[in-house]
Design a protein. Structure first.
Length: 284
């Protein structure tokens, strides 16, 4: 029974190793997946205008994107329940067209669809804080947020029906994101998981390239990504369990009875005692 208890203890220690190895160690990873960019509203930004507070109109254009790609590299440190990581991200989505939202200023009918192409992309550097929870021996979850900087560029081709009516430009602005995901250990040093990211870059400003005489174009980038992740941690491997024969020897030491004389020794002592008794009786 004691042997069974020791075997169970050794097995449970080995099973707990992958989860414990992630704590208090550095890690790196790569992530990638699909991204949806929200329709990108573009305003005519003029600080001297009085149409709305802040000097912007209600939106001249709405840029529509197809499904895009989001990839990033991460590296950080796992403090146990909390992780701190740096992230370098790249996002890109093709433009499916542009819709006119404010026809008095553009001279184009409200709701007109411009068949333009091109793409939008974002390059970002972020610092993320993550909170881990759940059973790390199986699937575990995490939530977090990040702040940093992002450079957003919009490149657009012309629609022959509306020559020159394009929105182009780039700007670098502070960005923030919200993160949630799940992961599981497939080895003491390797995790796989699924991650959702909401990414937001507000208050982008582009030089006017529409040919409509605007001052500055103002916009924002908001995207939703579903990513697969692969993470490697640099935790040292745990010490191996003792060899079976050592564990067996330790078990026998614990279970062996106290030393008692062999049967032969006992008989010999009994025999001597008997002779002594006979000698004493004769002397009497």
């Amino acid at each position: 029974m004691r042997k069974l208890g020791i075997a169970v203890a050794l097995a449970s220690t080995a099973m707990a190793t992958p989860a414990l190895a992630r704590d208090h160690s550095f890690y790196v990873g790569v992530e990638g997946g699909a991204m949806l960019v929200e329709d990108q509203r573009v305003d005519n930004f003029d600080p001297s205008a009085v149409e709305t507070p802040g000097g912007a109109t209600n939106g001249e254009f709405s840029i529509k994107y197809g499904t895009g790609l989001d990839v990033d590299l991460i590296g950080g440190y796992d403090f146990g329940m909390v992780r701190l990581e740096a992230e370098l991200g790249w996002k890109r989505a093709g433009i499916d067209g542009m819709e006119i939202r404010n026809f008095p200023l553009t001279g184009v009918a409200f709701g007109s669809h411009i068949n333009t192409d091109g793409h939008g992309r974002s390059i970002s550097g972020m610092i993320n804080g993550l909170l881990d929870f759940g059973d790390e021996n199986s699937w575990s979850g995490y939530v977090g947020a990040g702040i940093g900087m992002a450079d957003v560029r919009v490149s657009m081709g012309e629609d022959p029906e509306f020559p020159g009516l394009v929105v182009e430009g780039s700007d670098s602005r502070p960005a923030w994101q919200a993160i949630m995901g799940v992961r599981t250990a497939i080895s003491p040093n390797l995790d796989v998981g699924v991650k959702y990211r909401f990414f937001n870059v507000p208050n982008l400003k582009f030089d006017d390239s529409t040919g409509l005489g605007f001052n500055t174009l103002r916009s924002k980038w908001r995207s939703h990504s579903l990513l697969l992740s692969l993470t490697y941690n640099f935790a040292a491997p745990p010490p191996p369990p003792p060899p079976p024969h050592l564990a067996r020897g330790h078990d026998e030491l614990l279970t062996s009875p106290p030393f008692r004389g062999t049967g032969r020794t006992s008989r010999r002592r009994a025999g001597r005692g008997g002779q002594a008794s006979i000698s004493n009786s004769r002397n009497l």
